[in-house]
Design a protein around this ligand. Sequence first.
Ligand code: ACO
Length: 335
Amino acid sequence: MELMKQIWEMAQQDRKKIVLPEGDEERTLVASQKITEIGLAHVILVGNTAKIKEKAQKLGVNLEGVTIEDPETSGKLQGYINGFYELRKSKGMTLEKAEKIVRDPLYFGTMMVKMDDADGMVSGAIHTTGDLLRPGLQIIKTAPGVSVVSSFFIMMVPGSKYGEEGMLLFSDCAVNPNPTADQLAAIAIATADTARNLCKVEPRVAMLSFSTMGSADHELVEKVRKATEKAKELRPDLMIDGEMQLDAAIVEKVASQKAPNSNVAGKANVLIFPDLQAGNIGYKLVQRFANAEAIGPVCQGFAKPINDLSRGCSSDDIVSVVALTAVQAQTIKNS
Ligand code: ACO
């Protein structure tokens, strides 16, 4: 696939250090060898060194070039405990609690990113989205000028003419259960920037609803309307429009009837869903009924990249998400 090839090439040009805190997980070990051989990133596995080496040997995985960081023996542990305590003491964190929490590989890995010992983190093969996001939200926080962390999927719909020859970005399908109008505006802007920086396409952003340009009146529609206004006000350089129904967003004929004056309707390549129920159901509908490849969820808005995997992921999926994370880390370093 052209986009992933491009992302691999970008990752190879400036190798970033990516921490994988599920260090002794089988798919993670297989992916580590592949990532290292292809040169997509420097992999740091977090976990018990003996256990990781034993599992790797059983699987026939070569860990040459991969770093292992064992929280229990790491010289960095105490610094991370102190750092975490300082970050969270205003929220009631004690040194005693921090001692326990930071030994958890997800927190240890997140502290590695925070303290610049790694450029990004990928996890979720055996943890839930919430397990990964919570340390990220508590420790890494949002990038300057960004109010909310959200996520996007790159949807590749085979044989489709919609979006960018079948490629569209969907957001937010994984993080914010019920965003406010302001948060929805921030999600739209973040996804537009992702389309530009990562996918190298000019974003045309549709703010989705069950109403098109005032065809219905309801508080749910009003939220999307307000979010659209706010996003346009904040970023007049972007093509963002709404509120609009899905067909008006992607089908030119419908757009010409329902939203003839829109510069987005009929040709949207970025779809912003009004809440997490719509977004999560929406991406799964397209994935299953249209046989689309769904790359993600990829997080956006963190000060440094942290990304989630599906628990059903393959080792190749881990390779792809690590490559995406490495490219996000390059973008952040260069901005
Ligand atoms: N952006 C920025 N900061 C945030 C966000 C956000 N989206 N959400 C929470 N925070 C901050 C809070 O302000 C808080 O900061 P503080 O502790 O410094 O004051 C911190 O993060 C923790 O917030 P909590 O409210 O304690 O966290 P919460 O328990 O709400 O968890 C989470 C946040 C994990 C993102 C939650 O909203 C969640 O579970 N979302 C849904 C995840 C999910 O299940 N997705 C579907 C599955 S994925 C899939 O199918 C592909």
